[in-house]
Design a protein around this ligand. Structure first.
Ligand code: URC
Length: 301
């Protein structure tokens, strides 16, 4: 059809699951479990518009490549470095690929402690939270440029007090009571972006240190702060991350407000509301969802 055109396209393999074991001398081993998505961008238009597969790198080959590079790499963590390695590989191997989008999520396998000793090769998953990264690599006149963001997903946290929500708009649709003491429960999604740059500079960033720092400050603010609202708590977390870590360009959070309301037992002759509350009912759906992106102000010229 003459009046339509292909505006954009990317394709590749999703949910490539990789477990890499790093074996050193003796019994000591490391493990990393990843799920990888690789999408290619480039001169693939005719595969969509004309059924011409001559330039298509089969998604099966993309999957194989991930396993080959996982085999060659001494380690697949930090996931940011592995994502950049994958991006560079596809750009260097195929001249008609000009952008590579890699998403990796890592499961949280933590080394077991047995009799108070780190076990050399046994691990425990004590959180569903995942470490994540997205790396986009592009060909540039001066070499390969990358944009990378990192974060964690689904970090479940709850506090039983130290959270309030009052002073909100009241109108004919409002039934929610004000509270100065409620349960706060959320599954934290957090992302931080690094300013785009050449791959060599990005590779030298201390990804693990930054990860640990953001996770710890997030938990610290969640636990310590007297929360005025999820919005205010989110903003405090993001601003602290930007203040502590000059390497970060911007930070975003998505925080569901998983409601856990006190059960009204007055009809059964029991006081369980306000300061008397100690029996609650988690509400599966719906939840609130509070999101924001916080960045640095541009310097005034
Ligand atoms: O922290 C909160 N922010 C809201 O916007 C909101 N809305 C609501 O019903 N409860 C809450 N809690």
């Amino acid at each position: 059809m003459a009046d339509v055109e292909l505006k954009s396209q990317r394709y590749g393999k999703d949910r490539i699951r990789v477990v890499k074991v790093v074996k050193s001398d003796g019994q000591w081993q490391e493990v990393a479990e990843l799920s990888v998505r690789v999408l290619l961008e480039g001169d693939f238009e005719t595969s969509y518009t004309q059924g011409d597969n001559s330039k298509v790198v089969a998604t099966d080959s993309i999957k194989n490549t991930v396993y080959v590079l996982a085999k060659r790499a001494p380690s697949v963590v930090p996931i940011e470095s592995f994502a950049l390695t994958l991006g560079q590989h596809f750009l260097h191997t195929y001249a008609h690929v000009d952008g590579v989008h890699v998403d990796i999520s890592q499961q949280a396998w933590r080394r077991m402690r047995i009799d108070n000793q780190k076990h050399p090769h046994s691990f425990l998953r004590d959180t569903q939270a995942q470490r994540v990264t997205t790396a986009t690599t592009k060909r540039h006149a001066s070499g390969v440029h990358a944009h990378i963001s990192s974060g964690f997903r689904d970090l479940a946290v709850l506090k039983t007090t130290g959270s309030a929500f009052y002073g909100f708009l009241r109108d004919q649709y409002t039934t929610l009571r004000e509270t100065n003491d409620r349960i706060l429960c959320t599954n934290i999604d957090c992302r931080w972006e690094f300013p785009a740059g050449d791959v060599a500079t990005l590779c030298s960033l201390p990804f693990d240190q930054i990860y640990t720092h953001v996770e710890q400050l997030t938990l610290g603010i969640f636990a310590r702060e007297n929360s005025a609202s999820v919005q205010a708590t989110l903003y405090n977390m993001a601003t602290r991350a930007l203040r502590d870590l000059p390497a970060l360009g911007q930070v975003s959070y998505a925080l569901p407000n998983n409601h856990i309301f006190s059960v009204d037992l007055a009809p059964l002759g029991l006081q369980n509301m306000g300061k008397d509350a100690d029996v609650y009912m988690p509400i599966a759906d719906p939840s609130g969802l509070i999101t924001a992106v916080v960045g640095r102000k541009k310097a005034k010229l």
